[in-house]
Design a protein around this ligand. Structure first.
Ligand code: SAH
Length: 453
């Protein structure tokens, strides 16, 4: 079985630095089931190609140390020939550093989307499945049919090398629909690690998880539960307690990631007096209370119900709560001038603007950016480009019934730049949550700064 990786990025020979394999040499790696060879059939400034060839020893397979699970009784089979989990194991062994996204010599390039091509042969699984697995990830796919239901798969596209390697690592065994070793719980962890940032939103993720975990339903269920994409529902939903283990393994939830991103932006802006505008139930305030660099906090919201909850969350009514004056809650509307929070040097508007009718938004802009004029304002809002990735969200629907609009990245950037220009603020944009290559991250953020204007 054979896999090749190529780039036309210039100089293409940088591929050697990305793979941590010198293009002038033949690299041989011993594996329990045979040998892997890596070499470069093409090395030029315009195009550089590396090939990974596996020489699987069929006798070792059935008799040796690398004895493959379930193959004892199968002397005659296609194991040595079809691209399968053997190839994934070899990828991990031979190109582990590149798969982790690291490059000692070219770290910037490892983090950059490059023009890439890959070929794998022979693969099984059929053309429809092959396309269904790779096309949603943004790859141009071509399939050359070979005898006996095999095919050669070719991919091309622009992506980070790490993404390509992880896609191949997971999806080659999925096409093969078998594994040469017993799958246990550590396979779930491996799958989630290699699938990070793309598997959770893949339309065929159930097929992928089922096949990858060899149709062991208990494991597949466990993996799918841990994979469910972060939705807005969670942000509004129950505060589920996680076990310690879960807390370590489950990637930070979107809501927490959003709070952390906002806290970091405020910290970087050296904010001391912060107004949380549309503070809701006070989650950001609660998080900010832990930060010693903050002098005072004020939360503003139009909903008394939310403010009641915030008061309880922040223990404002208890003697054991925060010291008097460090945090205040105000009932008010963001579309009217309110001197009680105007002295803040930073304002946060976390998932708030989309709750305003678009004809009221200019009033909020005027109050916040025209009149209060904090040095810094951090605004987050859903990224509508990402919505296609939520399996339970019908096309065109919004994530939350109270949202009046959800903006694409282009719409949000357009709005923020307009506001920045009108009121003299410079801008930086950020993305929050795990990022999809084509659709971006679930939440988008803009940091307005008067000093950067
Ligand atoms: N920032 C919070 C809450 C987001 S929900 C969080 O991230 O958890 C949006 C909040 O904005 C709601 O609590 C709603 O009551 C408030 N809100 C919406 N329009 C408002 C307005 N015009 N004035 C004040 N608050 C408003």
């Amino acid at each position: 079985m054979y896999l090749s990786l190529a780039t036309t990025h210039r100089p293409a020979t940088d591929l050697g630095f990305l793979l941590h394999k010198n293009p002038v040499r033949l690299h041989e790696t011993a594996l329990t089931f045979g040998k892997a060879f890596l070499f470069y059939p093409e090395v030029s400034v315009e195009r550089c190609e590396a090939a990974l060839v596996l020489d699987v020893d069929p006798i070792e397979l059935v008799r040796g140390k690398g004895r493959a699970d379930g193959l004892l009784d199968q002397y005659v089979n296609d194991r040595p020939y079809a691209a399968s989990s053997f190839l994934s194991v070899a990828l991990g062994r031979v190109l582990g550093t590149a798969m982790a996204g690291n490059s000692r010599e070219r770290p910037d390039l490892a983090a950059t989307a490059l023009p890439l091509e890959a070929a794998v042969t022979p693969v099984s699984g059929g053309e429809a499945l092959i396309r269904g697995l790779f096309e949603p990830l943004g790859w141009n796919v071509s399939v050359d049919v070979l005898p006996a239901d095999y095919a050669t798969l070719r991919l091309s596209g622009t992506a980070r090398l790490q993404a390509l390697l992880n896609h191949l690592y997971v999806l080659i065994p999925v096409l093969d629909n078998d594994k040469h070793y017993w799958v246990g719980e550590d396979e779930v962890t491996k799958l989630l690690k290699r699938g990070e940032g793309w598997l959770e939103t893949h339309p065929a993720r159930e097929t992928i998880v089922g096949r990858y975990l060899k149709h062991r339903r208990g494991l597949a269920r466990q993996a799918l539960e841990r994979l469910v994409p972060e939705t807005e529902k969670e942000a509004d939903g129950r505060d589920e307690r996680l076990t310690r283990e879960d807390a370590i393994e489950i990637p930070l939830r979107l809501n927490d990631q959003r709070l952390e991103a906002v806290v970091e932006a405020l910290r970087a802006a050296r904010a001391r007096k912060i107004a949380d505008l549309g503070c809701g139930e006070g989650k950001l305030l609660q998080r900010l209370l832990r930060e010693r660099w903050i002098e005072s906090l004020v939360g503003v919201d139009a909903s008394t119900l939310s403010l009641d909850r915030a008061q309880r969350r922040l223990k404002l009514d208890l003697a054991s709560g925060p010291s008097l004056g460090r945090v205040r809650l105000l009932h008010g509307a963001l579309t009217y001038r309110d001197k009680r929070w105007e002295e803040a040097d930073a304002a946060a508007l976390v998932e708030v603007i989309e709750h305003l009718d678009s004809d009221r938004l200019p009033a909020l802009e005027q109050i916040v950016f025209g009149i209060a004029r904090p040095k810094t304002a951090v605004v987050t809002t859903p990224n509508a480009d990402y919505n296609v990735l939520f399996p339970n969200l019908p096309p065109g629907e919004l994530r939350h019934p109270d949202h009046r609009f959800e903006w694409t990245r282009a719409q949000f950037h357009g709005w923020a730049e307009e506001v920045g220009r009108a009121h003299g603020y410079g801008l930086a944009f950020g993305e929050i949550g795990s990022r999809h290559e084509a659709f971006g991250a679930p939440t988008q953020m803009a940091v307005f700064s008067r000093e950067a204007a």
